[in-house]
Design a protein around this ligand. Structure first.
Ligand code: HEM
Length: 656
């Protein structure tokens, strides 16, 4: 076992009493539970690394004393300035379980192949449309925004067919398919409904790039996958993950982001490589450039990206008129800071309680019931994204995706709908007529699909089909990715999370229905072979949450680390950069107000946008929804209470 994992060898401290979870590694961080190990304070800068070894973590030359986050997340942790930066490894709760112990995909305990991931998808994840009784499509969609802010497997765009082909365009296995370093194609079973119609034998699957591929670790050490974006919840999907991308999306005037005006609305700039990035059907179709490569993936994702972009410019315009003496950079960074604070507030206080439960969040110090600052930053907490979170637990919410997107009028009547698979990677649809407003209302009106084992065939049969009869299968991909990343088994994570380990398939009956246990027993040879992605997705939910105990334990741990390990978290009195008055203004923001302020003709919304319209959550005028009073950002030179000149952050923490 790799030394950095010794922390997990302690006996479980967690109990399942009243369904609440204490992230178990609270008091184990101090041992240096970080991939890189913790650097001593004031570590002198190291020389930049050879690009061939990019992925090993390149410490920045200096950490400037600044009230603003870097774009790549460097210097967030001053003891280990590279922590949380792009192109660094995920971390994990349990050691890798590779077929060869080093890097090959997971095998059954017997050494045989695991059941075909596509077979698992067809058996476990069929399309049975069940609406969520409480939550809107926006709850699903904001979840994807949070995901894209936190991680992206390196080597994939998660939107377009991969440039490495393991299968031919007509779905036949290619020679490269047998090169385990790159390819791990999804093989279709004999009776596959798609194969029956098209004679397709495989779906493309390219393995995630690891630290081993980048020659960062010794040959005998198990591989760890790299993530392409910074690990912090910092709107990097809007602002970019490095200075170079940030320069492409910034206007450098008035603190604004670049936008293009068409039909009286502002849109993101167009990508220079539209035909490479999007599935456009003519060169005039929009294909956007944003801080994140996945921006065009589906219309509702793009809509929220546009909302967050417009919000930046709305904030920047207000700050610039309050503080005419501020230069472009100051307006830009202050607007960015407010935008990120609002996003963190919505994520932690409006969204997360619905998914992982209010009581669970309060009890585990993920949210606080306070009007004060929360100074819980701890530089020994590792903010790195957990592989189990990104590859299994958080993907459970793929179940919430719906196959058709409602267009909704101001009177909240349906005007029609869009078929999801017609519009992957084709954001032009947002610019047509009043679609933007109608889709925005649809987000807050239409129910999401229930969190269960059923998935719309728009993502299990038709994903990214680009006009073809069939496309990819997201759930088969999720199962395949679980094995590509060599995650330990469902049974191991049960034990890690304080549940009894099953010795027979019947041992799963405490949380999984007899019918589903039977399906598992038919697919897998042993209870120890069940993939985390699969077992976790079949558990009965913990009351008040949208996940079973095993996934809840992983999600809780991740969101705990993501706040406590972020020096700039918005509730922090120093790093957060807000006065107490400003912080309590930010706490007035809401998903619905964000949509109101950044759409064109939306005049009314229900107060709680992630919850369906009801008597207790009725549609009300936008103006009546609480909003952030930006006059608190008028600085001392303009007669206000804030003074940036008195900023104590000057010079460098170390380096030049
Ligand atoms: C229409 C909506 C969505 C589509 C089409 C979609 C599609 C995808 C695709 C294609 C991948 C990459 C698969 C791979 O190659 O391994 C992915 C990854 C992922 N998705 Fe989704 N997704 C959607 C919504 C969501 C939602 C709502 C969540 C969670 C709330 C989510 C969580 C994730 C996570 C955690 C990953 C892995 C991120 C990483 O690379 O580290 N997705 N999704």
């Amino acid at each position: 076992i790799h030394p950095s994992y010794n922390v997990f060898l302690q006996s479980p401290q967690q109990s399942l009493n009243d369904g609440l979870f204490l992230p178990r590694s609270y008091n184990t961080y101090h041992g240096g539970n970080s991939y890189f190990g913790n650097l001593p304070p004031q570590q002198p800068p190291q020389q930049p690394q050879d690009p061939a070894t990019l992925g090993c973590g390149t410490p920045p030359a200096a950490c400037p004393k600044t009230r603003y986050r870097s774009y790549d997340g460097s210097c967030n942790n001053l003891r280990n300035p590279v922590l949380g930066t792009p192109n660094t490894p995920y971390t994990r709760l349990l050691p890798q379980n590779y077929g060869d112990g080093i890097s090959n995909p997971t095998l059954a305990r017997s050494g045989d192949e695991l059941p075909l991931s596509r077979m698992v998808s067809l058996t476990i994840y069929p399309d049975v449309p069940i609406e969520d009784p409480i939550f809107t499509l926006n709850a699903m969609q904001y979840g994807q925004i949070i995901t894209h802010d936190m991680s992206m497997i390196l080597g994939s765009t998660q939107a377009q067919p991969h440039s490495t082909a393991c299968c031919s365009p007509d779905g036949q296995l290619l020679e490269l398919a047998d090169v385990p370093e790159h390819c791990y194609p999804i093989r279709l079973p004999e009776h596959d409904p798609q194969m029956g119609r098209t004679n397709t034998r495989c779906m493309n699957f390219v393995r995630t790039i690891t630290d081993k591929d980048r020659r960062c670790v010794p040959d005998n050490q198990p591989a760890e996958q790299l993530t392409a974006v910074n690990h912090f919840l910092d709107l990097s999907l809007v602002y970019g993950n490095n200075e170079q991308v940030n320069r492409q999306v910034r206007q450098f005037q008035g603190g604004r982001m670049r936008v293009e005006a068409r039909n009286g609305q502002e849109w993101p700039p167009r990508s220079n490589n539209a035909s490479g990035v999007c599935a456009i059907q003519n060169p005039r179709e929009a294909c956007y450039l944003a801080g994140d490569a996945r921006v065009n993936q589906n219309p509702q994702l793009t809509l929220l990206q546009v909302v967050l972009l417009r919000e930046h410019n709305r904030l920047a315009d207000a700050l610039a008129s309050l503080n005419p003496h501020w230069d472009d950079e100051t307006v830009f960074q202050e607007a960015r800071m407010i935008n990120v604070a609002q996003h963190q507030f919505i994520t932690y206080y409006e969204w997360l309680p619905l998914f992982i439960g209010s009581q669970n969040s309060l009890k585990n110090k993920i949210i606080y019931n306070t009007k004060g600052f929360v100074d819980d930053y701890d530089q020994s907490v590792d903010p790195t994204i957990l592989n189990e979170h990104a590859t299994a637990a958080f993907r459970y919410f793929h179940s919430l995706i719906v196959g058709s997107l409602d267009l909704v009028t101001e009177a909240r009547s349906s005007y029609g709908s869009l078929r999801l698979s017609d519009w992957f990677n084709r954001p032009q649809i947002l610019e047509e007529g009043e679609n933007f407003d109608q889709l925005a209302r649809g987000l807050n009106t239409q129910p999401e699909s229930a969190a269960d084992r059923f998935h719309t065939s728009e993502i299990t049969q038709f994903m990214f089909r680009a006009g073809q009869a069939f496309g990819q299968d997201l759930k088969a991909t999720d199962v395949q990715r679980n094995r590509d990343h060599g995650l330990a088994s469902y049974n191991d994570y049960r034990q890690f999370c304080g549940l009894p380990k099953a010795h027979t398939f019947e041992g799963f009956l405490d949380l999984i229905t007899p019918k589903d246990v039977e399906k598992l027993a038919n697919l897998y040879q042993s209870p120890d072979d069940v993939d985390l992605t699969v077992g976790g997705s079949l558990e009965a939910h913990v009351p008040g949450t949208l996940a079973g105990p095993t996934f809840l334990c992983i999600l809780t741990e991740q969101f705990f680390r993501s706040r406590k390990g972020d020096r700039f978290f918005f509730e922090n009195s120093v790093g957060g950069g807000l006065t107490l008055g400003q912080l309590n203004e930010v706490r007035k923001t809401s998903m619905s107000r964000l949509l109101c302020d950044n759409s064109h003709g939306v005049r009314a919304m229900q107060p709680r946008g992630f919850e369906r319209i009801s008597h207790s959550n009725p549609v009300v005028s936008c103006e009546s929804l609480p909003s952030v009073d930006l006059s608190l950002w008028k600085d001392a030179n303009g007669g206000g209470e804030v003074t940036l000149e008195a900023d104590p952050f000057r010079g460098n923490y170390y380096g030049k």
